[in-house]
Design a protein around this ligand. Structure first.
Ligand SMILES: C[S@@+](CC[C@H](N)C(=O)[O-])C[C@H]1O[C@@H](n2cnc3c(N)ncnc32)[C@H](O)[C@@H]1O
Length: 294
């Protein structure tokens, strides 16, 4: 694209140059919209629809008051995007942090992640960023951490990769007595099905059971040897007015088959109707690796 642009500028006069530039910018923008939004675009837009840090804060407070992470010095944040929630958690609950490793495959998120780490962490904290998927990074790292954090990313990891990943975390990536922290969606306490599951059922034509998200992760984590240390449910309200491409892009990523944003939009609008708010519930789970492994 850059070469075409420079050649164009070389051969065209001033007015033609302006038109040419606008034309290229339009193609670039619309091509990007049509192809795929980055995970960063999607998360930035979604996070404007709710204030998760405010709603999960009582859980952070409880963890802090129980001193669960007071002595943790090293931490890996996996599938962290640009780490908005992870950094809020670290700042509130991990006062002794000295070394932070971040693992995130989305290139756009990694750019923002590096900037946030530089601005938000004290200069005494050493950082390393890996633009990679969790399963590759975990297989290759020879480091062991006091804490590994996986906020809202277990379901992004291919199902077949999850147990080997948790096993690797248990066997070598987390220190004895270290913690694995996971947040993921769960069933609504009033028994109604979540909007997300209703949308995904309509798109993929297969059943979605909200409780499975956390139950499955918890079962796999326990199977490889971690013990449950602390669990809390929290909820948040998502504003579903003025739906945009990022909102539809989130569901498009989850489709079993490639599906156009137009099709996703049609399904999403039919499920959401005139609603302005939708409630989501999550589990915050802290799992401990025992000191003595059986
Ligand atoms: C729903 S976002 C959550 C981001 C962040 N943790 C938060 O809570 O805002 C899921 C993240 O997982 C990342 N991801 C997708 N596949 C992954 C994989 N195989 N390993 C690690 N991260 C992955 C995505 O790029 C995305 O940033």
């Amino acid at each position: 694209m850059r070469v075409v642009y420079i050649l164009g500028l070389f051969f065209l006069d001033h007015v033609q140059c302006v038109c040419f530039t606008m034309c290229l910018l339009f193609c670039r923008h619309s091509g990007r919209m049509a192809l795929a939004l980055s995970y960063k675009d999607i998360m930035e837009s979604l996070r404007q629809r709710f204030d998760e840090i405010k709603d999960v804060f009582p859980v952070f407070e409880e963890i802090r008051s129980k001193h669960l992470l007071d002595t943790a010095r090293s931490c890996a944040i996996i599938g962290c995007g640009y780490a908005e929630m992870e950094l809020a958690f670290i700042e509130h609950c991990m006062p002794a942090m000295e070394m932070l490793t971040a693992v995130e495959p989305d290139a756009d998120s990694v750019v923002e992640l590096r900037a946030r780490l530089a601005h938000q962490l004290p200069p005494t904290v050493k950082t390393a960023v890996f633009e990679d998927v969790a399963e590759n990074w975990a297989a290759g790292t020879d480091r062991a951490f006091d804490v590994v954090i996986m906020f809202h990313c277990v379901s992004d990891i291919a199902e077949a990769e999850r147990q080997p990943l948790f096993r690797r975390l248990f066997e070598s990536v987390i220190q004895p007595n270290g913690l694995l922290i996971v947040t993921t969606r769960t069933a609504r306490s009033d028994g109604t099905q979540s909007t997300e599951s209703r949308i995904m059922e309509a798109l993929n034509q297969r059943p979605y059971v909200d409780s499975k998200w956390y139950e499955d992760a918890r079962r796999l984590i326990s199977t490889v040897g971690f013990g449950v240390c602390f669990e809390r449910r929290y909820s948040l309200n998502v504003n579903v007015e003025n739906l945009d491409a990022a909102y539809f892009g989130f569901y498009a990523r989850e489709c079993d088959e490639p599906t156009s944003l137009e099709k996703v939009e049609q399904v999403v609008r039919s499920v959401i109707g005139d609603a302005k708010w939708s409630k989501k519930e999550f589990f915050f789970g802290v799992f401990r690796k025992p000191v003595l492994q059986s």
